[in-house]
Design a protein around this ligand. Structure first.
Ligand code: ADP
Length: 632
């Protein structure tokens, strides 16, 4: 039959225009796509041969060849798979059947010509991706079991030709006549055997069939010979049986694939079968990335579909708080050609992600129970992430429930303690979990409120990271016990003695009502209230904050985030048993408007501020007032 010229289907034409004229960010994907087609074609033949052995014609060595050639400016990809008949070429290569591609075109139409680079870059367009790098493509194919072959050729501009040809073995050979910018240059030289070899290793290492290349080698006498080498390792580590994989193999894998430079802290290798099929190989790196909590950190898992690389950094599997997890997911339920947008909506991805998250938390629980020290290591690196997880799930009781037992805090008694452990040490009379916020342990242990707690032997959770308080607020309760900040206005101890002192102090406050009001007035709105407190022993003053609104530390955090409107409600608390209180009363009796009384109030408040690590607004004035007082 002579050469026949045919038109591409309208949709195909549009797709080709797009591929040829678009700013395809990822020039390399054509190789992955064509190799993956070749592998599928071999799969199909293999499948057919199960019921029809004849079809193999004695050739059972499945293989894919990739031959870059600088002289002819071509790269050839050939396979000995199923091949295509003339009719199949017309229906497969001239038309678009695939729903994914149709959806892709739909998206492009919706965007009214504004092409999203990300979308295009991630969206494989199968065979047509050849036109990203080629000005002309030839495809020669012979269906397994047939004698005749057909040659298809096109420059991608609306038409293609078909002619009968000779081919001495089954399968498909695709010759890409490369555009000049893809031969011989510094970047993207697809005629360079090493560039191509690296691309195969990068994208197609785990293809199940050997991908072979011809390497020219020189012997000692400088005679050149061609050596055929298989470039891909063929067996993905994650598809092997867990029990056959040595620890160092896992280690090597993570080093190779994820640029880890240390042995991971934990490795997860899971295979799931059933409605959703997947294999995941994940790790917790030994150390958290320096930029883990910064916006330039790229979280996400690598995605494979039937061992073929689909994308890096797929963010849709794991929740943000597990952003430190590295690894890959391989699932036949996810198509190769899938955009990031479609992935986000994918039910499979959600299902796999949920299962992975559950598995990770289960494993962490196990480490906490059985390998306390290693859990400590994990916690020091990633504890913040889990606390962020609680905060991010403030309205999701189930999610908080899953995380609460994995949390650890420093306490006044332990370096690191879980909430369960804290509760187990609580004396019977204690009904709440006490906590205090500060920049370090030393600062908290010196707080005047701590004196009484120490005397009663009551343990306090130390909230040292700004996220701690947000996490505790989101949890609200643990084992039915409320969290109680020792710097909140409603703090008091539960034991009988403390309750007695509390009512005595309340009585005393009644008889000093005017004094307390006048102190507040003298402070000119800096505090919302002045009170007498039963919570101080030797300290004269402290600050507490209202039950509604943020704490002083939260106020600082908000201010650092450029949100100065979240103000803590400040309450000045005075120790009625301290000598300064007697002095204050004396000055008050001499007149609430005297400078002595006003200055005394201001200095008391400043002390309370300093204890909280807050600088007064007018430090020089305050220093002068202290100097005056000392000189008297
Ligand atoms: P997809 O592979 O996603 O279906 P392609 O555009 O890459 O889309 O290929 C279209 C069809 O062409 C394939 O489904 C397959 O039937 C056929 N095809 C492509 N490459 C080969 C090949 N190397 N051998 C046999 N058939 C092929």
């Amino acid at each position: 039959m002579s050469i026949e010229t045919l038109q591409f289907q309208a949709e195909t034409k549009r797709l080709l225009d797009l591929v040829i004229n678009s700013i395809y960010t990822n020039k390399e994907i054509f190789l992955r796509e064509l190799i993956s087609n070749a592998s599928d074609a071999i799969d199909k033949l293999h499948f057919e041969s199960l019921t029809n052995r004849e079809i193999l014609g004695g050739d059972e060595n499945f293989e894919i060849y990739v031959i870059p050639d600088a002289e002819t400016k071509t790269i050839t990809i050939s396979d000995n798979g199923i091949g295509m008949t003339r009719g199949e070429v017309i229906s497969n290569i001239g038309t678009i059947a695939q729903s994914g591609t149709k959806a892709f075109l739909e998206k492009i139409r919706e965007s009214e010509g504004k092409i999203d680079e990300e979308l295009i870059g991630q969206f494989g367009v199968g065979f047509y991706s050849a036109f990203i790098v080629a000005e002309k493509v030839e495809l020669i194919t012979r269906r397994a079991g047939e004698n005749s072959a057909v040659k298809w050729a096109s420059d991608g501009a609306g038409e293609y030709t078909l002619e009968d040809t000779e081919k001495n073995s089954r399968g498909t050979t695709i010759i890409l006549h490369l555009k000049p910018e893809f031969c011989g240059g510094e970047d993207f030289d697809f005629t360079n055997i090493y560039t191509v070899e690296n691309l195969i290793k990068k994208y197609s290492d785990f293809i199940r069939y050997p991908i072979k290349m011809n390497f020219e080698v020189e012997d000692a006498d400088k005679n050149k010979t061609v050596e055929v080498r298989t470039v891909n390792s063929m067996q993905p580590l994650w598809t092997r049986n867990k029990s056959d994989i040595k620890p160092e193999e896992y280690e090597e894998f993570f080093k190779h694939q994820f640029h880890e430079w240390e042995t991971p802290l934990e490795i997860f290798h899971t295979k799931a079968e059933g409605t959703t099929e997947y294999t995941a190989l994940l790790c917790i790196p030994k150390h958290a990335a320096m930029n883990l909590y910064y916006s330039d950190y790229e979280a996400g898992l690598q995605l494979y579909s039937r061992h073929v690389f689909v994308m890096n950094k797929c963010k849709d599997f794991l929740p943000d708080y597990l952003r430190f997890i590295k690894g890959l997911v391989d699932s036949p339920d996810l198509p190769l050609n899938i955009s990031r947008e479609l992935l986000q909506q994918s039910r499979e991805v959600k299902k796999i992600g949920k299962a992975l998250e559950k598995n990770i938390l289960k494993q962490l629980t196990k480490i906490l129970k059985n390998e306390r020290e290693r859990y400590g290591e994990f916690w020091r690196e990633y504890g913040k992430s889990l606390k962020i997880g609680v905060y991010n799930n403030a309205y999701d009781e189930k999610a908080k429930d899953d995380l609460k037992d994995l949390l650890m805090f420093a306490t006044s008694k332990e370096d690191l303690s879980t909430l369960e452990e804290y509760v187990s040490r609580m004396p019977e009379s204690q009904t709440k979990i006490y906590c205090a916020t500060g920049k370090d342990k030393a600062q908290i242990s010196q707080m005047p409120q701590m004196e009484l707690l120490r005397e009663r032997g009551i343990e306090v959770l130390y909230l040292l990271d700004p996220v701690d308080e947000f996490c505790i607020e989101s949890l609200n309760k643990y084992a039915d016990k409320e969290f109680q900040s020792i710097t909140r206005e409603d703090f008091s101890l539960d034991d009988a003695e403390s309750q007695k002192t509390k009512s005595e102090v309340e009585e005393l406050a009644k008889s000093h009502e005017n004094l307390l009001k006048d102190v507040a007035a003298a402070l000119n709105g800096a505090v919302s209230e002045v009170r007498l407190t039963p919570n101080l022993k030797t300290g004269a003053v402290c600050l507490s904050t209202g039950v509604n609104g943020p704490s002083l530390n939260m106020e600082k955090t908000f201010a650092a985030m450029n949100n100065p409107f979240f103000k803590a409600q400040r309450i000045l608390e005075l120790n009625p048993n301290h000598a300064l209180f007697g002095k204050l009363s004396g000055l008050h009796a001499l007149g609430k408007d005297t400078p002595e009384f006003k200055n005394f109030c201001e200095l008391l408040y400043t002390q309370a501020l300093l204890i909280e690590g807050i600088m007064p607004d007018n430090p020089v004035e305050i220093a002068n007032k202290i100097a005056d007082l000392m000189a008297k």
